[in-house]
Design a protein around this ligand. Structure first.
Ligand SMILES: Nc1ncnc2c1ncn2[C@@H]1O[C@H](COP(=O)(O)OP(=O)(O)O)[C@@H](O)[C@H]1O
Ligand SMILES: Nc1ccn([C@@H]2O[C@H](COP(=O)(O)OP(=O)(O)O)[C@@H](O)[C@H]2O)c(=O)n1
Length: 677
């Protein structure tokens, strides 16, 4: 996940390949609760790992369910079956409506004393209609804050009171379908001896979500009958039974971004478009109908039970005029696709966008305009006309309003014909449903290497390059190339192969370097099967690296390996010749220096802190010798690139050096403050 303040997406050109999407949030949390209410153990495969499923899992543990998360995306839940939940218990449910509402209903009918709370925003999300329905039955629920909102207490310490189950239970269906879902999942607990009937008051909204609930209830042994979506009957004798194992469908709303991608990106050679794994045309999720809308805009979509394939069809895309009531979440993606359509796209009946994570209607209008689109925002519609031509596109910094869907939608703007980058602010907001969204995007999107930014940091030993490069890479969400490691590893490989590091062995060492089995894994550096993270860091290894790096054939042999690090979304490269030889076109080259005395002292402290004894005078002599060799070698000598900015950090803290480099980087971005069009 990218936890940076912003993520700059380079201009993207093509797309192709396979992507496996995370499990649906709606399905994940329903399945977890149903498994917890069932008898027996359920293996839940492909569970979404997200903030909202996390609070549900923690909640289930708190009430005494056995939850085994040791299997990665497969979680084993041993349900309560006939045993009572652990009580009293306090459950913190974050901002997860899919946990708060159903757990309130289920815990009420299980009996016991529970307190349910969440983040401040959760305490502004209504729950009164559900509580009213449960109180009709005779249940005791108290509001601990504002009437009608969490936090709340279920006060059944003395067990479940007698319930009034004869009359139909009435619940409003026109505010949120989650209240009905909550009752549908909880009432089977008390339907042992009689039918239990729920009557919906008002027109039921979001029927597709109720469809998901019913489909999953059936998997857990409960067959609910319904008449026109207004009257639901849970038959007498209902009892939850674990299906043993269940796969969570991938999220159909998340699929919309990749469906759009396949439709709007130029196809990558040697791929047949985008293949999405985990959700298919027969999905139980309402948002699968996004497929129809995408087809209307020109996408070619085929699919099977658990997969979809998307290829670009009509190009440019065709503008549409669509009532989006049936796909409220996925419809936002259509607004992003509209940027690539010929003509004006109108999305209608989307007033519900205003009461989601943010006012999505306003947010989409504001951000689309930043890109150069013409947008009319109505009370319940959006009319989007794309920028007239490539020159009319703007490089924008997209504000994301803590709304995962805004962030994901606007990533699609990186395919703009003007080849402008797009800045996504607060990219970690995607964690709500798709923590690895950008990683997934980069795994199927491609661009010309020249579009992938590289920031070079060269300089003499112990100037702080490695420290600075790592910090800058972290701030930008970019990859890191510590090129010194490659010379250190080559020297070590040569020594281990019994080759003296001398010009006589240049060819043999270069051969080793060309196929160097070096890997960076979880903070460690591997040479073949051996973890060499420590071995390459000794001063001797550094001197050997310096010697090996003076051999021209070795330097040449390592070029391709280094170029391979230039991957999406960008790279920070640290070394001696990053700016001069390896990445000469890099938009920012920093030449980092510090006085010899200062560098010797830093290296001294660094070694001592690692428990390695050192002598400061020897260190200084060594580093001066290394500087001299690096600067005087015939090939790629250490020197600032012509267009490098020199930074002497002798008197700077690490943070000050990082801030300076980030400031230089920002100055070069088209959407830096003041440079926004
Ligand atoms: N601006 C700075 N001020 C003080 N110490 C620094 C600064 N930059 C780096 N250091 C310290 O100097 C030591 C050497 O830095 P390192 O990044 O390993 O250098 P290089 O990669 O250039 O050889 C580290 O212990 C680091 O914490
Ligand atoms: N791009 C690079 C990186 C390192 N090197 C050499 O490899 C040695 C080890 O690199 P390093 O970056 O780990 O060294 P320090 O800066 O930590 O001393 C340096 O002394 C350089 O001689 C190089 O020649 N070119």
């Amino acid at each position: 996940m990218y936890s940076t303040a912003y993520l700059d997406l380079p201009p993207l050109e093509t797309a192709g390949g396979e992507v496996r999407l995370p499990g649906s949030k709606s399905i994940s949390n329903r399945v977890l609760l149903l498994a917890a209410l069932s008898e027996g153990t359920t293996e839940v495969h492909d569970l979404l790992a997200s903030d909202d499923t996390r609070v549900m899992l923690d909640g289930l543990r708190a009430i005494g369910c056995a939850v085994d998360e040791s299997g990665g995306s497969t979680v084993r839940i041993t349900g309560l079956g006939r045993s009572a939940p652990r009580s009293p218990a306090k459950l913190f449910l974050g901002n997860a409506g899919t946990a708060m509402r159903p757990l309130t209903a289920a815990l009420t009918l299980l009996g016991g004393e529970f307190e349910l709370s969440g983040v401040p925003r959760m305490h502004e999300r209504p729950i009164g209609d559900l509580v009213d329905a449960l109180r009709q039955l005779g249940c005791r629920i108290d509001y601990l804050g504002n009437e009608g909102f969490p936090p709340l207490r279920i006060a059944h310490a003395d067990g479940l009171p007698p319930l009034a189950l004869q009359a139909p239970i009435r619940v409003r269906g026109d505010v949120s379908s989650q209240f009905l879902t909550a009752l549908l999942m909880a009432l089977p607990l008390v339907a042992q001896t009689q039918d239990v009937v729920i009557e919906v008051v008002g027109e039921l909204i979001s029927k597709p979500y109720i469809h998901i609930t019913l489909a999953l209830l059936a998997r857990f042994g409960i067959d609910v009958r319904h008449e026109q979506w207004q009257r639901f009957t849970i038959p007498a004798g209902s009892r939850y039974r674990s299906p043993g194992s269940i796969h969570v469908e991938a999220d159909a709303s998340s699929a919309s971004y990749f469906i759009a991608l396949g439709a709007l990106a130029a196809p990558a050679s040697n791929h047949n478009g985008i293949k999405i794994l985990g959700v298919g045309l027969d999905s139980i999720q309402g948002d699968i109908r996004f497929v129809e809308a995408a087809r209307a805009m020109g996408a070619q979509i085929t699919g099977g039970p658990n997969w979809l394939r998307i290829e670009r069809g009509a190009w440019p895309l065709k503008a549409i005029d669509l009532d989006c009531n049936h796909i409220p979440d996925a419809a936002m993606t259509l607004a992003a696709m509209a940027l690539y359509a010929e003509g004006t796209t109108v999305l209608r009946n989307i007033a519900s966008w205003r009461v989601k994570e943010t006012d999505r209607l306003a947010a989409m209008a504001i951000e689309l305009r930043k890109l150069g689109a013409t947008v009319d925002e109505g009370a319940d519609f959006l009319r989007v006309t794309p920028p007239a031509d490539a020159a009319a596109w703007r490089a924008a910094s997209i504000h994301t309003y803590d709304d995962h869907r805004v962030a994901m939608c606007f990533s699609l703007a990186a395919f703009n014909p003007a080849r402008l980058p797009v800045r996504i602010e607060d990219p970690k907001c995607v964690a709500k449903t798709f923590p690895q969204y950008f990683e997934a995007l980069f795994s199927v999107a491609q661009t010309a290497v020249r579009h992938i930014p590289v920031l070079c940091i060269d300089g003499p030993t112990a100037s702080g390059k490695g420290t600075l490069a790592a910090a800058v890479a972290e701030r930008l969400g970019y990859g890191l190339l510590d090129s010194g490691v490659l010379y250190r590893a080559t020297a070590l490989a040569a020594t281990r192969a019994g080759l003296a590091i001398s010009p006589g062995n240049e060819g043999a060492i270069a051969d080793l370097a060309r196929t160097l089995p070096v890997r960076f894994e979880g903070g460690s550096i591997w040479l073949g099967d051996s973890d060499v993270s420590e071995a390459i860091r000794t001063e001797e290894a550094g001197m050997n690296a310096s010697s090996v790096s003076a051999l021209p054939a070795v330097r040449q042999a390592l070029v391709a390996l280094q170029h391979g690090f230039q991957r999406l979304p960008g790279l920070v490269a640290d070394g001696r010749d990053m700016g001069t030889v390896i990445f000469p076109a890099a938009p920012l080259k920093v030449y980092l220096t510090a006085s010899a005395a200062c560098r010797a002292e830093r290296r001294y402290k660094q070694l001592i802190s690692k428990g390695i004894s050192a002598n400061i005078d020897d260190l200084r002599a060594d580093l001066e010798a290394r500087d001299a060799r690096d600067q005087s070698r015939a090939v790629a000598p250490l020197k600032p690139a012509q267009d490098a900015l020199v930074l002497d950090n002798s008197l700077l803290t690490i943070d000050e050096a990082v801030s300076q480099v980030i400031a230089w980087w920002q100055e070069r971005q088209p959407f830096a403050p003041g440079a926004q069009g």
